[in-house]
Design a protein around this ligand. Structure first.
Ligand code: UT7
Length: 325
């Protein structure tokens, strides 16, 4: 088995900002409520003519450029998203065509907010075995297309964006350990009820606003802290490390209170937690993808650091990956 590491990183945020004061004009909410309950100040919103693949393409091109490779060197594209351009074909196939990765296979995965971590782990395994050489993992979301802009309990939380990384054989930035989990008994806590085979689109489903994301926020909150701590611990203890060995935790950016609770339980000081939730909100699979690329670009990570990516989300799914930089 060869070592698999990160060869390149990229991220993209659409330019339009939606601030808490903009939301005050749309639903019965306040900047103060949103800031104190979630830590979010603003989020990015993609234009009407922009789809998830368009966001993913921008981050992918940057990641490939950063890796020093050419698009035709990529032999597999894994796209994590819950807001695909369409139910099918896979958004990854659209990205593959438009970036000119003509030698790549492509498929999408749906592990909701944990999708990018799941993607990295799949890529690491395929590179380690020698089955693939340069795998592009994309986390891209246009959550604004599935958010109910009349539901104040969810619309303040989410934003659009994309991040990508290229994983290949490398002795640097190596993915050394991981843990993935799921608990389908919590499937109803966070879902988009209609438009699938269970409840195909009808006039009635549209009238009942069932094509928008629904979430039992309180329930998810309680589970989130426990499963993120569990996932991070499992990934680091597998290789004989402890929480004190973590240099930077890059968590899924769901809620600042969740991140603080996770940090406390892992015994990590605030400066060891990477946060950009204030600027981007929760971007589901794109959250950890953007956070990893941004942390690297802003020199928050140095050679030799132990980085833990940890996420949880709809499914419920959860996972962590330990990267030795
Ligand atoms: O990445 C996917 C995973 N998702 C998450 O991680 C989200 C996890 N959950 C959360 O982050 C939090 O549960 C929320 C931020 C969604 C909600 O915070 P909370 O502290 O759990 O609030 P709550 O749902 O218990 O609501 C408290 C009050 C309610 O009013 P009453 O019933 O006490 O009168 C809500 O109606 O706050 C009200 N409320 C709002 N008020 C102003 C709910 N949303 C809003 C809002 N503005 N946007």
């Amino acid at each position: 088995m060869r070592k698999a590491g990160i060869l390149g990183l990229g991220y993209y945020l659409p330019p339009k900002r939606l601030t808490n004061s903009d939301l005050e004009k749309m639903v019965d909410t306040s900047d103060q409520w949103i800031m104190t309950r979630t830590g979010i100040k603003e989020r990015r919103i993609a234009g009407k003519d922009i789809a998830t693949s368009d966001l993913g393409i921008k981050a992918s091109k940057l990641a490939i450029q950063d890796s020093g490779l050419k698009p035709e060197d990529i032999d597999l594209i894994i796209t994590a998203t819950i807001t695909p351009d369409m139910a099918f074909p896979a958004t990854g196939c659209i990205i593959q065509d438009k970036i000119g990765a003509k030698n790549a296979a492509a498929f999408d995965i749906n592990a909701a907010c944990s999708g990018f971590v799941f993607g990295i782990v799949i890529a690491q395994q395929l590179v380690s075995t020698g089955a693939y050489n340069n795998v592009l993992v994309v986390g891209a979301e246009k959550l604004s297309s599935i958010v109910d802009w009349e539901d104040r309990s969810t619309c303040v939380l989410f934003g659009d964006g994309s991040g990508a990384c290229v994983i290949g054989a490398s002795d640097n930035r190596v993915i050394v350990s991981s843990f993935l989990g799921a608990d389908g008994s919590g499937a109803d806590l966070l879902k988009l009820p209609a438009g699938g085979s269970r409840m195909p689109a009808t006039k009635e489903t549209i009238k009942q606003r069932l094509h928008f994301l629904k979430m039992e926020g309180n329930e998810v909150f309680k589970i989130a802290v426990r499963i993120m701590v569990e996932a991070a611990n499992k990934a680091i203890t597998k290789v004989g490390l402890g929480c004190e060995d973590i240099d930077l935790l890059i968590p899924h950016q769901a809620n600042i209170r969740i991140l603080m609770a996770v940090a406390k339980r892992l015994g990590l000081p605030e400066e060891k937690i990477f946060m950009n939730i204030e600027r981007y909100g929760n971007m589901s699979a794109a959250s950890t993808a953007v956070a990893l690329a941004e942390a690297s670009k802003k020199n928050k990570i140095k050679r030799g650091d132990n980085i833990v990516l940890v996420a949880f989300g709809g499914g419920l799914t959860y996972g962590a990956a330990l990267i030795q930089w």
